[in-house]
Design a protein around this ligand. Structure first.
Ligand code: AMX
Length: 430
């Protein structure tokens, strides 16, 4: 399995020893407490998971293996996968070896296309994406080796094998879904001369005379790669994987979480919001009109898509990267100008509104506008792009967890009665 496998094979024993010693020497140290509000409130802020691929700090945003995402915008997504897994960016030889590995595994078997074409035409692209990943489970190296019986120290190798197959095929599958779903025609063939992101862009079949679109897709895939371990898709993938369900089961499950409107589907909601503004004002509104529009949305009890975050308390650096890309490539575009004005006005309005903890734009506030500009106007497809990228993080986390023998996830739940009894109020209520 090439150089990536060899680098991991060399490092994993040391990593196992380090974690083993840490738990043995300090296993009883307390790192978190849980309040009743947290137990009822989506476990926000509870530290009960370990994830070394990336961290998200409230004041800095995404940091991948110690490197702020804003310093990684020039890297290819496959370099990011290597970084997530090993903690280092690959040298030229390691990158070439990983790209070759992807090329050798890139062929999508015909049964996957048959599954996709058999789905009803109104199926959401995320349903198609998750179904395609799940359909490939029959090829899992992990499941095959597990049923034959293999040593738990080798689980990570079979998981890496599955992850490489899955990732290698995702661009063709995702691009094929775009073409099938939008009726643009048969899936286009992969071009083995291109890198992972550029090949995906090319298989979507949209015009790209300047090469800006492929650069944008590379950037998109790099920026969405991972967001530590507790977000819905990563945590779902982790939990399913912890039952030793293989990477196809686990990543497909993670994608189902990503499909939710408060998570990965938010990017399509954002563009919808921006297009609604353009339609309402027949172009780019004045700042006063925009202010009214945002306030009215809040008064109607709706959220401003693309603003707020469960963890972040600053402008998401991934939004900044997209914003800078837009300023360079399409500063005069109407939709981009609305995104830009919203960025200047919305945080102040949300602060004044007073409910939201993070009034700043998240990753989704601007990416849809750029996709739209490049002709990718079918915004129910956008979460699939997010999913192709996020599969990098899900797969890296799965491989590392199998390497460390992370046990099955099983937090303890308690009943409301138990809580009432614990705080001594059950008698008053009952
Ligand atoms: N517009 C208006 N109100 C908002 C808001 C927004 N963008 N974001 C949060 N609020 C409101 C909440 O509805 C909540 O109101 P309530 O007390 O009446 O229920 C209050 O502010 C407090 O919420 P919070 O603690 O600041 O947010 P959270 O951690 O519960 O949720 C998130 C975070 C992202 C789900 C939320 O900010 C939101 O719905 N944003 C809009 C959708 C979006 O952009 N999602 C993308 C997230 C990134 C991703 O995963 N792709």
């Amino acid at each position: 399995m090439g150089k990536l496998h060899d680098v991991l094979a060399q490092r994993i024993p040391r990593l196992r020893d380090e974690i083993h010693a840490l738990v043995k020497d300090h296993g009883a140290a307390v790192i978190s407490e849980v309040t009743i509000a947290q137990a009822f409130g989506g476990m926000r802020g509870v530290k009960g998971l370990v994830c070394d691929t990336s961290v998200v700090e409230a004041e800095t945003g995404l940091i991948v293996r110690g490197i702020p995402i804003s310093d990684l915008t020039q890297q290819l997504p496959e370099e990011i996968f290597y970084l997530l897994l090993t903690g280092e960016l690959p040298d030229a030889e390691s990158l070439a070896s990983l790209q070759e590995e992807f090329r050798q595994r890139a062929h999508v078997p015909s049964y996957v296309w048959n599954v996709l074409k058999a789905l009803p035409p109104d199926s959401h692209p995320m349903t198609m994406f998750s179904a395609a990943i799940l359909a490939m489970e029959r090829e899992s190296a992990f499941r095959k080796r597990y049923s034959e019986g293999f040593h738990k120290d080798e689980y990570w190798e079979a998981t890496l094998d599955d992850a490489l197959t899955l990732l290698a095929r995702l661009p063709a599958i995702a691009a094929g879904i775009y073409r099938i779903h939008t009726g643009k025609g048969e899936p286009l063939p992969s071009n083995s001369k291109l890198d992972w992101g550029a090949d995906y862009a090319s298989m979507l079949g949209l015009p790209d005379p300047t090469g800006d679109f492929r650069n944008f897709i590379r950037l998109y895939l790099t920026l969405h790669c991972d967001h530590e371990g507790g977000n819905v898709s990563a945590f779902t993938c982790h939990t399913v994987g912890s039952a030793l369900s293989d990477a196809f089961y686990a990543v497909s499950a993670g994608m189902n979480g990503l499909a939710g409107p408060l998570h990965g589907l938010a990017n399509q909601e954002c563009l919808h919001f921006v297009l609604g503004i353009r339609e309402a004002y027949n172009g780019v509104p004045t700042d006063a009109q925009l202010r009214d529009y945002v306030w009215q949305t809040l008064k109607d009890g709706r959220v401003i898509p693309g603003y707020g975050h469960a963890v972040l308390r600053v402008t998401d650096p991934r939004f900044t990267a997209f914003h800078e890309f837009g300023r360079r490539v399409c500063p005069a575009d109407e939709i981009f100008r609305i995104v830009d004005r919203l960025f200047h006005l919305t945080p102040g309005i949300l602060k004044e509104h007073g409910k939201i903890k993070d009034p700043w734009p998240n990753v989704d506030a601007g990416s849809g506008a750029l996709l739209y500009l490049f002709g990718l106007t079918e915004f129910d497809y956008y979460t699939v792009l997010f999913g192709v990228s996020r599969a990098l993080g899900m797969c890296a986390q799965l491989v590392l967890n199998r390497a460390l023998g992370t046990p099955i996830t099983r937090p303890k739940s308690v009943s409301t009665k138990w809580i009432l009894r614990t705080i001594g109020t059950l008698a008053c209520i009952a």
